[in-house]
Design a protein around this ligand. Structure first.
Ligand code: ATP
Length: 268
């Protein structure tokens, strides 16, 4: 069985065009990951060392996982998702082994993007002594894996993500490890408009005021906005079931969906 969930490029191709807003973040990732991947010669020429991971942090649902997938798409490289939660095992030493296995799988698939979600889980588990076998050893194992990547030039592009950067072990943020930390903020009005455009593309719509919807959804995450669109689509489908005519997704469906909508980044 595989530890890392592999998503092949063909299966779920996604690029920066699928990520609404976050232009600064995309630029930073382009410079630190995509460009060195595409032009290693240039980086060598200027004495820039490849390696070192990028840690994305910010409120849930604002596109960290999506950005990691899109980074793989921009590189044309496979995407592997290794969730720390899936690696943890109560038996002594097993978590470390499984983590190592995940990195082995990534090395076999290299060059690829390896995404480590919920990095904070390690610190959390350590502090609360949640279970045997999860502790300092897991952090040490992760440090070892990250250092090995830097030393061997394995072609692993590592992206980590956390909602709680203050829970991430300092040792993980030293040079050559997660030495670049990038904030993925809640979308502003312009970004919300672009996220809504992306969510609504390829759907039959009529007369939805996307600008107005973007204005009235401050503090909504990308995931919150997508949920509003999905509920509006559900309402249109319900109507279409009993209608002889086509029922495009319309403003009234959106208004109905907004009545139960929530801005989850407020709770962050
Ligand atoms: P978590 O911290 O909970 O893991 P996350 O920051 O990784 O959250 P994603 O999983 O990337 O969030 O986002 C969830 C979904 O919300 C995405 O699959 C996408 O459909 C939508 N979404 C979020 N942000 C954006 C965005 N900027 N552009 C387009 N879609 C977005």
């Amino acid at each position: 069985t595989h530890v890392a969930r592999r998503v092949s490029v063909a299966e779920e191709a996604c690029t920066f065009a699928d990520v609404g807003g976050l232009d600064d973040v995309k630029r930073a990732i382009h410079r630190t990951i995509v460009l060195p991947y595409q032009r290693p010669d240039l980086f060598e020429q200027y004495g820039r060392r490849a390696g070192g991971g990028v840690l994305l942090f910010g409120p849930p649902g604002c596109g960290k996982t999506l950005l990691a997938r899109a980074t793989a798409g921009e590189c044309g490289a496979p995407f592997l998702n290794l969730r720390i939660e899936d690696v943890l095992d109560p038996y002594f030493g097993v978590s470390e082994q499984r983590l190592h296995l995940g990195f082995d799988e990534a090395r076999a698939a290299a060059p690829c993007v390896l995404f480590l979600d919920e990095i904070d889980t390690l610190a959390f588990a350590r502090r609360h002594q949640r279970s045997a076998g999860v502790g300092r050893a897991m952090v040490d194992q992760l440090l070892q894996e990250l250092d090995a990547i830097g030393a061997n030039n394995d072609g692993l592009l590592v992206l980590g993500a956390t909602n709680v950067p203050w829970d991430v072990d300092d040792a993980l943020q030293r040079p050559g490890r997660f030495d670049r930390v990038i904030f993925v903020p809640p979308p502003d009005a312009e970004a919300r408009r672009r996220i809504l455009d992306i969510a609504l593309r390829e759907r039959p719509t009529a007369g939805i005021d996307v600008d107005a919807l973007a204005e009235r959804t401050p503090m909504f995450s990308g995931a919150d906005l997508c949920a509003v669109v999905e509920r509006a689509v559900d309402a249109a489908i319900d109507e279409a079931l009993t209608s002889a005519d086509e029922v495009p997704v319309s403003q009234r469906h959106v208004d109905a969906a907004m009545r139960t909508a929530r801005a989850t980044t407020l709770e962050w």
